[in-house]
Design a protein around this ligand. Sequence first.
Ligand SMILES: NC(=O)c1ccc[n+]([C@@H]2O[C@H](COP(=O)([O-])OP(=O)(O)OC[C@H]3O[C@@H](n4cnc5c(N)ncnc54)[C@H](O)[C@@H]3O)[C@@H](O)[C@H]2O)c1
Length: 445
Amino acid sequence: MQGQGNGRGSEILPAEGKLGVMLVGLGAVSTTFIAGVESIRNGRSQPIGSVTQMSTIRLGKRTEGRIPLVKDFVPLAALDDLEFAAWDPIPDDAYQSAKVCGVLRPEDLDPQADFLRGIQPLPAVFDRRYVKKLEGANVKSGANKLELAEQLREDIRRFKEEKGCSRLVVVWAASTEVFMQRHDVHATVASFEKAMAENHDAIAPSMIYAYAALKEGVPFANGAPNLTVDIPAMLELAEQTGTPIGGKDFKTGQTLMKTILAPGLKARMLGLNGWFSTNILGNRDGEVLDDPESFKTKEESKLGVLEYILQPSVYPQLYDKIYHKVRINYYPPRGDNKEGWDNIDLFGWMGYPMQIKIDFLCRDSILAAPIVLDLALFMDLAKRAGLRGIQEWLSFYFKSPQVASGLYPEHDLFIQHWKLKNTLRWLMGEEQITHLGTEYYADYQ
Ligand SMILES: NC(=O)c1ccc[n+]([C@@H]2O[C@H](COP(=O)([O-])OP(=O)(O)OC[C@H]3O[C@@H](n4cnc5c(N)ncnc54)[C@H](O)[C@@H]3O)[C@@H](O)[C@H]2O)c1
């Protein structure tokens, strides 16, 4: 992440005019997000789960009593200024799709029906080889991947103009693609573009969207575990075009719990032998993840968390024998109402064993929707503040945060939260809060 000058207190362009939020994928997460924003705008709901809307931020000393809302402290787009568009290979409008996804009850969805019907998905860049369990007719065609990117860029420009937006952000909330590793063609923008022109298999649809967004200077956040913007070519392009990027994989459900609990166990120097996590879910995401190749992408994203939080190489007596297992089971009767079980085998003083059991009856898209909102607003803030490249301060929202090469990702939710708020203070030229607190005690003066 780089700023203008030292970034601190440097000028941030105002959030004037409309912000267009372009979503890749118009499924459970996207429709729950859009319906929720509209419900909030109409005074029917509260923005629960959203840091930008509900959280306060302490400024200065505890005695100063300065604790504004985040949205009053940093210049963010107002909810009334948001416009929405989406791409999806399934031609259902946002209302139909939300009904099929079955996340929201009719009494919460129907008041927004007309608004949601107005959001028709744009034809997608879609290829079944990358998401095996899906089929859809609303798909673009082109001679090669570079041409498809051009079509996406036209969509972006047209939407901006038609809705009169002054700024845009793109959020990937589409299905998880099959597992892919970095390839030589991902090394530079030039090799990436050549590979696009040659229809190379190492260029996944998600990368074509990201390329199109970055070429247009539009921030891109990746809510799925796909590689997408986590390749050198995208970093180079983000630098060139002065564009923020962030990923990967929205941190909801079981991983959220893991990054809340594991730092606490580690803080108390309690040992762990194993952490077994299993889930049942029955939505389309669950069906896509039933394909082993898509699951592998998800598994990689979920498994790293404990390793980085617990640091077994630093604390071998406590953590070098952890057996960590994650399963996701597609079970249609559950729909979006996932159930996640965790069995944690821990040990304490003199090695005595203990167990913790978690049974989280969670609603995935209800947890993901406020993350989409916060990411859209903060990515737009980052762009206006002159930040470009990886926005590590937004790690708070991701299961598998992207970081600069040579750095390990910070997974501890509390460190991530601290980093996020200190970045906001830094952006606005306010003092960092260290929680040292000696200034309140005369003996230390
Ligand atoms: N629900 C959560 O809490 C959560 C948490 C973390 C990550 N995610 C990820 O977010 C993504 C969306 O989740 P969801 O529950 O909304 O899934 P979903 O299956 O309901 O919606 C995904 C949509 O993406 C569309 N799609 C697939 N490939 C596309 C492409 N190339 N272009 C445009 N659209 C495409 C599908 O047709 C579908 O409508 C998934 O990758 C999921 O793994 C979700």
